[in-house]
Design a protein around this ligand. Structure first.
Ligand code: SF4
Length: 226
């Protein structure tokens, strides 16, 4: 188990997970990276991508959206967090993982020694499916290119995937989530760890301990960390 700072232990408490840990300090290794692409060119690519998403009509979900939910955070983050699709609050605010699930995600990140602003957070879909239904295959096919372009620009060191829908659509498998968590996966050479969606953890708090195990796995796999 990684050594935890007092702050990380506070976030674990906020997550609802109590663990006996060493008092030695720790960090999650969130240092940002510099790539080989010129910053101006990269900024231009982000702007273009943002504009494309904001005006996208590639699937029917554009008809019911209030806002597209592009993604938020550090565009040079080592950590990329991927969820499923915007919910009602996200659609209203145009930002992923806000509301109670977002607060729990912030606590999960905090328990790893990461501030929300240090990581990048995005979804498989940029627009809200009606009544929070699962994304359809055509919707994912229409939208996933945007996420791939985001990943190419961010070049994260590790991807943390939240929930079955995001895991299945990113990794193109149909393995039950219970068998996906607890072991490393890979997406185009980037290590991937799968854990429960915070909204599920709010409904099933007994699973938070397993989620913490997954986060520890992610910490252990983060490049440069033991
Ligand atoms: S969900 Fe994606 S593909 Fe569909 S309209 Fe929104 S941005 Fe476009």
């Amino acid at each position: 188990m990684a050594n935890l700072s007092p702050l990380q232990r506070q976030y674990l408490d906020r997550m609802g997970v109590t663990v006996w840990v060493s008092r030695a300090g720790a960090g999650a290794g969130s240092e940002t990276k510099s790539g080989g692409v010129e910053p101006e060119a990269e900024n231009e690519q982000w702007l273009t991508l943002g504009e494309e998403v904001a005006s996208c009509t590639r699937c029917e979900l554009h008809r019911g959206r209030t806002n597209t939910v592009f993604g938020v955070g550090n565009q040079k983050a080592g950590w990329l967090v991927i969820g499923e699709a915007p919910g009602a609050e996200e659609d209203r605010r145009g930002e992923p993982f806000v509301g109670r699930a977002g607060q729990l995600l912030n606590a999960m990140l905090g328990a790893m020694g990461l501030a929300r602003e240090e990581v990048y957070i995005a979804n498989i879909l940029k627009c809200r499916p009606p009544n929070n239904r699962d994304p359809s295959a055509p919707e994912v096919a229409a939208c996933e290119g945007y996420l791939k372009r985001q990943i190419d620009l961010i070049r994260p060191a590790l991807i943390l995937v939240l929930g079955r829908i995001a895991a299945h659509n990113l990794l193109k498998v149909e393995t039950p989530l219970g068998r996906m968590r607890g072991k490393p996966w890979e997406w185009n050479g980037i290590p991937v760890v799968v854990t429960y969606h915070p909204a599920y953890l709010l409904r099933s708090p007994a699973e938070k301990r397993k989620a913490w195990q997954d986060l520890q796995l992610a910490l252990s796999l983060y490049p440069g960390k033991s």
